[in-house]
Design a protein around this ligand. Structure first.
Ligand SMILES: C[S@@+](CC[C@H](N)C(=O)[O-])C[C@H]1O[C@@H](n2cnc3c(N)ncnc32)[C@H](O)[C@@H]1O
Length: 375
């Protein structure tokens, strides 16, 4: 087994945490109207790391058990694809109980080639595709097209997009090539980048060669996201990194056709960023001195002040609203910037200051209580 799976890296934990946070509310929401939901793990891995921690297929299988025992049970079906024989063997072994009871389907092979098979099994059921290769070259845009074109609006994708790896390949267009072989290799690389992100819009700005590394990476990501958006998706990206100071290991590109997905994900990403900030500033061996040194606490105070100002502007335009509408509006406008707790706290302050009046006249509100802005 290769070193990637020897233990769960910090950034893989972040990826799993986001997936683990998102899947239950997604399943509960979609499960309120759908009989069956498919989760497709297109690059499933061995399901268990050598240090015993769960890989994504095991996480999802455990969630399927939980969802089946909810008060309003939800049926999840998991479709795992893995190409590497050794990883596949482990995947089969670890998920065997779920394969036996029909919750899990495992297939060995390449994701790109198996997309038609997956789609025929998934049929018109809602589906979430988790596409998590290592390296940028395994998922071509043409593999995604039949997924993006699904009629079923409850189709979502979480894609691990290796912008750094792809930028390195794209940069080879500047390699000083002399041999015929090297010229051919550079041409192939250029074609590959285009096939992966789904258009050649990147080539001109890359040719000019004056963009800094990070901007070249962001540009590849942006074009990729725009190409997905053409299929009626809202697309966001979250940089997965080891600490706040590190450059991204990769981006998790999240694609949805439902506003609720954006609201959920925006909150989880804010929570994840807060974790990152806390990890970078807490010294386990040092007791906290005072609030002044509590970087996360300060950050929360600052951003709630900002949200207060933004909310005031919003309310001038929307004098009758609800907390749900407020959260939805800002989850789109300022994706990943504020958490549910921030919205609750700021709205509560407005109510306490009698700037927002709940229709029922009490201070405690739920998300759908009509609120009137009285300035
Ligand atoms: C990053 S790992 C997956 C980790 C897993 N999703 C998790 O979170 O626990 C990528 C996996 O994809 C497999 N793989 C590589 N190319 C593939 C392909 N074309 N189709 C399917 N699986 C592939 C690798 O063998 C590896 O196990």
């Amino acid at each position: 087994m290769d070193t990637f799976f020897a233990n769960l890296k910090v950034w893989s934990k972040r990826k799993h945490r986001l997936l683990g946070k998102y899947l239950p509310p997604f399943s509960a929401k979609v499960g309120s109207w759908a009989k069956l939901i498919y989760c497709i793990d297109g690059f499933a891995g061995p399901a268990k790391y050598e240090d015993g921690s769960a890989g994504s297929p095991l996480m999802m299988a455990q969630l399927a058990d939980k969802a089946a025992s909810w008060r309003r049970p939800v049926s999840l079906r998991l479709f795992n694809v893995e190409d590497n024989p050794e990883h596949y063997k482990s995947l089969k072994h670890v998920t065997q109980p779920w394969e036996t009871n029909g919750v899990v389907i495992n297939r060995q092979g390449q994701f790109g080639e198996l997309v038609p098979t997956i789609l025929s099994i998934v049929s018109d059921n809602p589906a979430l595709f988790f596409i998590d290769p290592y390296g940028p070259t395994y998922v071509l845009f043409s593999h995604l097209l039949p997924i993006l074109r699904r009629q079923q609006r409850a189709t979502e994708l979480i894609i691990n997009f290796d912008a750094d790896g792809l930028r390195r390949i794209a940069d080879t267009m500047h390699a000083r090539t002399v041999t015929e072989r090297a010229v051919k290799a550079s041409k192939t690389n250029i074609e590959n980048v285009t096939e992966i992100i789904g258009s050649d819009k990147w080539q001109e700005p890359f040719k000019e060669g004056n963009l800094p590394t990070q901007e070249r990476e962001r540009m590849l990501l942006r074009i990729y996201m725009e190409n997905i958006e053409k299929y009626d998706y809202t697309v966001t990206a979250y940089a997965i990194r080891k600490t706040v100071k590190d450059s991204p290991k990769y981006f998790l590109v999240y694609c949805t056709r439902h506003p609720d997905g954006i609201v959920l994900m925006s909150n989880f990403i804010r929570e994840e960023e807060d974790n990152l900030l806390e990890e970078s500033t807490t010294d386990a061996h040092q007791p906290k001195l005072s609030d002044e040194f509590n970087v996360l606490g300060q950050e929360i105070i600052w951003r709630r002040r900002e949200l207060s100002d933004l909310l005031l502007e919003f309310l001038k335009q929307h004098t009758l609203t609800t907390r749900r509408s407020i959260r939805k509006y800002f989850s789109f406008e300022r994706f990943g910037d504020f958490s549910d707790k921030d919205y609750n706290a700021v709205v509560k302050d407005f109510i306490s200051a009698n700037k927002l009046l709940p229709r029922h006249g009490k201070k405690q509100i739920n998300d759908d209580e009509p609120l009137t802005f009285v300035g």
